[in-house]
Design a protein around this ligand. Structure first.
Ligand code: PHE
Length: 453
């Protein structure tokens, strides 16, 4: 059965679909939100270090697991180590993908509301509310955000049901380059605002005294979240790669493009934040309350705003598709359901859980878990705990169970592409990544100080 798996149609299709999976709200919405709540440039620095030294090796390792086993996240570990507990990494990943999708769909829904408000003409022009108040009125409404969450889950459902090759590739191919261009335009507008320098300093001039254990953990979580690591997403995608997909090049390209988009998003947001007197640590709404101020400063604000939110929604869609696909692929292969049935079950449950996250911006605001709202708690649990944990275990698994020659053969397409840094990669995958992630966890729990002290 595994040999009949569909594969991506073309080389460009592979890169675009994988970039589509990685680039999304994680870079444009979550990155500025995290950077703002974690003290600025110091966060950026640690995030970039984690991306290069942990993200890349973990990504290659997931590519290996996916293509080598050619099956879904749970099936892959089962195939590579039959009868062991390693498939729990897969279950953890699928649960993480499911939980992330539930709150990611809420934020994706917000982008649709902004498309709608732009179209109706209620976002800009005389008499519009201040953008912060406007967002809060919307987000605290019991019905509207849930309606948009439902719409977004519906869109995702539609693409997932229409099949891997057609749906995903077609969606990614058109929109990604356009989003990139519009981000550039927004950056130019933002850095030419009055007092933009302060925002750029906030973004790029690290104050190392801000480096607390929670900043480091947040940066680790962001690196994993934004690269779609640790939840089986890339394992599932890699299982659709063809035998001659150059996985090393794909990993580099995805990482570089994704990081570039995040930095552009930072350049677009922070000068504007300071210029308009917004609090950088505003939280999940930061991007949504900042951007309309920038659009207002552009000629034809209506048009820019419309195109931007549509593209952002599309970028989110390529990510929700892949999150959905992880869970659906698992359900349909493990329980032998039809794709349609599996997708329905996933969509309905995601929507139900999503409503709770959505309500936690309004009616359920006071309901907190350890000081975090339901939305924040889910985000914390998945990005900062489940994803790095999965990544760590995947590295330990491959490091201890896979023969080096097998690993090298898969990552070099049986020797047809070179892998000069193979030894370094193995060192990072086997030792550096698990140890570093372990240290970050211990540190956050306060155990490191206790152990050393
Ligand atoms: N990486 C995506 C983003 O940055 C989010 C995502 C995570 C998508 C995990 C798929 C899997 O938006």
């Amino acid at each position: 059965m595994a040999d009949n798996r569909v594969t991506f149609g073309s080389k460009l299709g592979v890169i675009l679909a994988t970039v589509g999976c990685a680039v999304g709200l994680g870079s444009v919405w979550r990155f500025p939100y995290m950077l703002g709540t974690n003290g600025g440039a110091a966060f950026l620095l640690v995030y970039i270090l984690f991306t290069i030294f942990l993200g890349l090796p973990v990504m290659l390792t997931e590519f290996f697991v996916g293509r080598h086993s050619r099956s879904n996240t749970v099936g892959s570990f089962r195939k590579l180590a039959p009868g062991t507990c390693w498939s729990w990494i897969g279950y953890n990943g699928i649960l993480a993908a499911f939980l992330i999708l539930s709150y990611y769909a809420v934020v994706s829904g917000w982008t649709l509301e902004y498309v709608w408000q732009t179209l109706r003409g209620s976002l800009y022009g005389p008499g519009h509310a201040d953008y912060t108040a406007g967002f809060q009125t919307f987000a605290s409404d019991a019905f509207r955000p849930i309606f948009w969450t439902a719409a977004f889950v519906g869109l995702t459902h539609f693409v997932v049901v229409s099949g891997v090759d057609k749906g995903i590739e077609r969606a990614s191919k058109i929109m990604m380059p356009l989003l990139f261009i519009i981000l550039l335009v927004m950056c130019v507008r933002s850095v030419t605002l009055p007092d933009a320098g302060e925002g750029l300093r906030y973004l790029f001039q690290p104050d190392l005294s801000k480096l607390t254990s929670s900043v480091v953990l947040s940066a680790l979580g962001q690196a994993f979240f934004t690269l779609s690591l640790g939840m089986g997403c890339l394992i599932t995608y890699a299982s659709y790669f063809s035998k001659d997909t150059d996985m090393q090049a794909t990993a580099w390209q995805v990482t570089v493009i994704n990081t570039f988009v995040a930095v552009l998003a930072g350049i677009m947001i922070f000068p504007a934040v300071f210029s308009f007197g917004i609090t950088p640590s505003a939280g999940a709404e930061l991007v949504f309350i900042t951007l309309p101020n920038v659009f207002e400063q552009l000629p034809l604000s209506f048009l820019w705003s419309l195109i931007f939110y549509i593209l952002l929604a599309m970028a989110a869609l390529t990510s929700t598709i892949s999150l959905h696909e992880v869970v659906t692929a698992y359900a349909l292969e493990e329980f032998h359901m039809t794709r349609r049935k599996a997708a329905w079950i996933v969509s309905v449950s995601v929507f139900l859980l999503g409503t709770v996250s959505s309500l936690s911006f309004g009616p359920l605001k006071e309901f907190t878990i350890g000081g975090l709202t339901f939305f924040e708690a889910l985000d914390y649990l998945t990005a900062k705990i489940m994803l790095p944990l999965s990544g760590m275990m995947t590295c330990i698994f491959v490091g201890t169970h896979i023969d080096r020659a097998v690993l090298k053969a898969e990552l070099t397409n049986e020797g047809s592409v070179r892998f000069r840094l193979f030894a370094i990669y193995v060192f990072f995958m086997k030792y550096v990544a698990p140890v570093a992630i372990g240290i970050v966890f211990l540190n956050e729990l306060g155990l490191l100080a206790w152990l050393i002290g």
